[in-house]
Unconditional design. Structure first.
Lengths: 137, 132
C-alpha cells in the first residue's frame, strides 16, 4: 500500500516536537515513548499517521513508496535506542547526542521534506563489508 | 540543544535546497557500454544512479525518460547503486539520485546530485551533443 506523504510529514513534525521536548526535559520516558512510536512506524503502524488519518480523510493527490519512510523510522529507532542506552548507563551526553541526531533528521524531514536517513543509506552500503564480496565485472 | 539542533537543520536544509540537482561540468571519466551493461545512447547517455530508499529517484526517472524521448539519440540508463557498488566507488557516487551526462564517446561531461530540473537536463544534453 502506498504511503500518504502528508501523514508522513505530519508524523515528522510531531516527532520533532517530541524529541525537542526530550532534550528540554531530559526525560528517558518520553524518549522511550518515541522509540515505541519509531518501532510502530517501522511496522507501518505509526500512531502519528493514525492520528492524521483520523482527522484528514481526503485521499492524497500524490502517494509515496513506503520503503524510504520505513527506513527513516528504523534510523530514528536506532538513534532513540542509543539515547535510551545512554540514559540507562548514566551516559547523559550520549543520550543527548543521539536524541539531537534523531531530532535533526526529523526536523529536516518536517521542514524540508529531506530524508537524512535515505541520504546516508548509500554511504552506509558503500562502506559495509558485504559490499566487498561483490564480483566486479 | 533543543534550539541549536533545528538551527543546524535549517542551515543544512537551505544549503541542500540550493545545491540540489545543480548540473556541474566534470571530466576525466569515461564509461563504456560494458560498464553500464547497456548500450550507450547514439549521441548522449543519461546515467542515473538510484536506490530503493530514494524518493526523488522516481521524479528524476520521469524527467530523464522525458528528455530521452524528446531528444533523438539520447538514452536513459538507470543503475541500481546497491548492485553496482564497483561503479559507485569508481565514480565516487555519494548519494542518490546522481545523474551523469555522457557524450557520444561515453565521456562523463556533466554531473548532478539530487533531482535536477528538466530545463537544466535539456541544457546539459545540448552541451554534450556532438557538434553539427
Amino acid at each position: 500500500m502506498p504511503a500518504d506523504p502528508r501523514a508522513l510529514r505530519f508524523g515528522a513534525a510531531v516527532t520533532t516536537l517530541v524529541l525537542a521536548s526530550v532534550l528540554v526535559t531530559e526525560s528517558p520516558w518520553l524518549l522511550a515513548a518515541q522509540a515505541v512510536v519509531f518501532a510502530l512506524g517501522v511496522a507501518r503502524r505509526s500512531p502519528y499517521v493514525v492520528l492524521f488519518k483520523a482527522f484528514v480523510t481526503s485521499t492524497p493527490k500524490k502517494t509515496e513508496d513506503p520503503r524510504p519512510p520505513r527506513f527513516a523510522q528504523l534510523v530514528g529507532l536506532v538513534f532513540a535506542v542509543t539515547g535510551l542506552a545512554g540514559y540507562l548507563t548514566g551516559t547523559v551526553p550520549l543520550a543527548l547526542a543521539a536524541t539531537a541526531a534523531a531530532l535533526l533528521a526529523a526536523f529536516l524531514d518536517a521542514a524540508f521534506g529531506f530524508c537524512l536517513g535515505c541520504e546516508i543509506y548509500l554511504l552506509i552500503r558503500r562502506s559495509t563489508p558485504a559490499a566487498n564480496m561483490e564480483v566486479s565485472q | 540543544m533543543a534550539l541549536a539542533t533545528p538551527a543546524l537543520g535549517t542551515v543544512i536544509g537551505v544549503v541542500h535546497l540550493r545545491r540540489r540537482g545543480r548540473v556541474r561540468d566534470v571530466g576525466g571519466e569515461r564509461l563504456t557500454g560494458a560498464d553500464l551493461r547497456e548500450e550507450l545512447g547514439e549521441r548522449v547517455t543519461l546515467v542515473q544512479f538510484s536506490t530503493a530508499f530514494c524518493q526523488p529517484c522516481r521524479a528524476t526517472r520521469r524527467i530523464l525518460s522525458d528528455v530521452s524521448t524528446l531528444v533523438p539519440g539520447v538514452r536513459h540508463v538507470e543503475i541500481d547503486a546497491e548492485s553496482r557498488l564497483d561503479l559507485v566507488r569508481r565514480l565516487n557516487i555519494m548519494r542518490t539520485p546522481t545523474v551523469l551526462v555522457l557524450d557520444a564517446a561515453g565521456a562523463v561531461v556533466k554531473r548532478a546530485s539530487g533531482r535536477p530540473r528538466k530545463a537544466d537536463v535539456l541544457a546539459a544534453v545540448a552541451d554534450a551533443l556532438p557538434p553539427g
